[in-house]
Structures are given as C-alpha cells and as structure tokens.
Design a protein around this ligand. Structure first.
Ligand code: COA
Ligand code: MG
Length: 306
C-alpha cells in the first residue's frame, strides 16, 4: 500500500485547480470543474487592490457549502508570512472550514509548523475537528527552501498532505531572466528542485504534486508531460484552467493495462509463495516490482472510491 495514498487518511489529489479568489464568475465553475480539489487563491492571482474583496468572497464561498456537502475539496492559498496578510486571511476564511491551506513561498518545515499552530487555534475557535485542515506547501519558491526539503521527513508535521514545487517565484528570487534552458526545458536549477521536491515528498510519506503546465490550450502536451511526471513518481498536478483537469486526472489514474499488469505480477508471486524473484513473460520480476504493483493497485482503488 502506498504511503503517499495512506498519508493522514488524505484523499488522493490528482488535480488541484486554481481559482482566482476575486472572480465570482470563476468561483461559480467550482461544482462542475471535476478537479479533486480547488485552490481558492488569495495570493498572486489577486491584485493588491482586490485582496480584501477576494478574502470576503472566498470566506463566503466556503460558508455556503459546508464540509460533507462539497463537490470537491476546498483549499485556500493564503498570502505568505512576509506580506503581513496571513493572519487576516486565516481569520476571515477559518469559520468556513477550508479542507486545506495551500501555503506559498515556504522556507521549509518550520513555516508549515507555524501555520499549523495558527490552524490549531482556528479549529478550536470555530468548532472544527482538530487537525482536519490539511497543509500543502509550495516547497521550492524561496532560495532557502531547497536546503530544507530533506527536513520534512523528520519534522513530524501531522497536517502535511503533500509537497509541490514552483519555478516562477524562485527564478524571480534569484534574479534569473529565465527558468528555461536553450531547448525550452526547465534549466538545471529547476530540474534540481523539482527532483528534490519529489524525493522529499516520498521521504515524508506524502503526495508529490508537479507544478502547473502553463500552456493551457495544449492538451496533448499537458498529457505527455503528466505521463512523464507520473512515471517519475509524481502523484498529481496543479491545474490553472478547467480544460486541464480531465487530462491531469486521466494521466494520474492507473490505466487498465497497468492495473492488469500489476495484478499479474501479484498473481505470479502468489503462485510462488516465499519466492523473492519470479519470471513473467520471459522477464525477471523481483520485490521492487511487487511493491510497485501494490502501489498501482492501491492508487486504482483510491481513485475508484474518491
Ligand atoms: N477556474 C474556473 N473557471 C475558469 C478558470 C479557472 N481557473 N479559468 C478559466 N475559467 C473559465 C472562464 O471564466 C471562462 O468562462 P466562460 O466560458 O463562462 O466565459 C471559461 O473558463 C473559459 O476560459 P478561457 O477564456 O479559456 O480563459 P480566460 O482567458 O478567461 O482565463 C486564465 C485564462 C489563465 C486567466 C484563467 O484560466 C485563470 O484565471 N487561471 C487561474 C490563474 C491562477 O489562479 N493563477 C494562480 C496560480 S499560478
Ligand atoms: Mg507564485
């Protein structure tokens, strides 16, 4: 069974769709978007003059549909600590019992711990089940962050639902004029933090979400990129447009062929009790293949019931 799927009893998040918190029109699309979660944004999708409006709209939106009646998980991206807006954001949205907080620009686990303490109080003040507001930090957006990624595994953060990464804020922070190389792929620094995020998530037993795919009209490109990310071990992805949700969900759900193959691997081991290696279709299969097959079946089961 996959630790990523089991973590904290969290439902698996293949797709998390960003919705700018100041847009009534886009908020109205939440019920039909099909994403495993939406991220109601109070941060960078909202201009400074609209922050107060977004906060009020999102607070209202959360209250309109209480937990248990929501078509999907309602997460909120609050503003980071150095803006001085975080506490006001949390105080406004807390009574609406968000399912999780998407935490931008974290320097590392200590920022998540600080947010977690605030949520302890929010839950107590609003009669919300303790520990039920989950946290998913963007763990690579500041120059300090890459150096603390390895600390998540031992930080004991019970609200931690997953880790994701981002390239835009990091490249701004280091004064880079681009985050791409000459072939249009991520430049080395961003490949590095992406990989560190992936292994840090698995080291912590939580979900690993790949960053957004910016060209939202390119469905084929998105799907190819998602398939590659899943093959590397990512469990889901951020979406910025409703048109991306189906491609992401399908790419991060095990296919029928994968499920059948995984089942055949487990059957082969079951037919050879005590064996550490077995042959299947003329190929050697050993314990890592068995673990991967179990993970695929656990994912398939989780998505079938989510
Ligand atoms: N959530 C909900 N609805 C969305 C949406 C989103 N993220 N993005 C687009 N839509 C809606 C539009 O309102 C439009 O609705 P309509 O058909 O009723 O007019 C429909 O989907 C088609 O939108 P489209 O014209 O293709 O895109 P756009 O030009 O209106 O918007 C973006 C493009 C990028 C501005 C928009 O997708 C967006 O706001 N994305 C999220 C950005 C964000 O939150 N970024 C922060 C994280 S990096
Ligand atoms: Mg950002």
């Amino acid at each position: 069974m996959s630790a990523a799927i089991q973590s904290g009893g969290d439902l698996p998040l293949r797709s998390m769709l960003f919705i700018p918190g100041d847009s009534e029109k886009k908020l109205a699309k939440v019920a039909e978007c099909g994403a495993d979660a939406v991220i109601l944004d109070l941060e960078d999708a909202v201009a400074p003059e609209n922050k107060a409006k977004a906060r009020a709209l999102v607070a209202d939106f959360l209250k309109q549909t209480p937990r248990g009646k929501r078509p999907t998980q309602y997460w909120v991206r609050v503003n980071p600590f150095d803006t001085g807006l975080t506490l006001d954001d949390l105080a406004a949205i807390g009574p609406g019992a968000p399912d999780g907080i998407f935490q931008p620009k974290t320097d590392g686990p200590e920022d998540v711990r600080r947010l977690s303490h605030y949520l302890d109080m929010i839950e107590a003040a609003n009669g919300i089940e303790p520990g039920s507001i989950r946290i998913l930090p963007v763990a690579t957006e500041t120059p300090k962050a890459p150096f603390t990624l390895g600390d998540f595994a031992s930080a004991g953060l019970e609200r931690l639902s997953g880790l994701t990464w981002g390239a835009e804020d990091l490249s701004t922070a280091v004064g880079a004029s681009t985050n791409l190389d000459e072939t249009g792929q991520w430049a080395f620094t961003y490949k590095m933090v992406r990989s560190l995020c992936l292994v840090a998530a698995h080291a912590s037993g939580v979900q690993a979400l790949d960053t957004l795919y910016v060209n939202f009209r390119d469905d084929e490109g998105l799907r190819a990129s998602c398939r590659a990310a899943r093959a590397e071990g990512f469990t889901g992805r951020i979406a910025i447009h409703p048109a991306q949700v189906a491609g992401i969900n399908e790419s991060f759900t095990p296919s029928k062929e994968e499920i059948d193959h995984a089942q055949r691997i487990l059957d082969a081991f079951a037919a050879n009790p005590g064996a550490g290696t077995v042959g299947l279709d003329g190929k050697m299969i050993d314990i890592p293949h068995k673990k991967q097959a179990e993970r695929v079946l656990a994912q398939a089961q989780a998505f079938a019931t989510s």
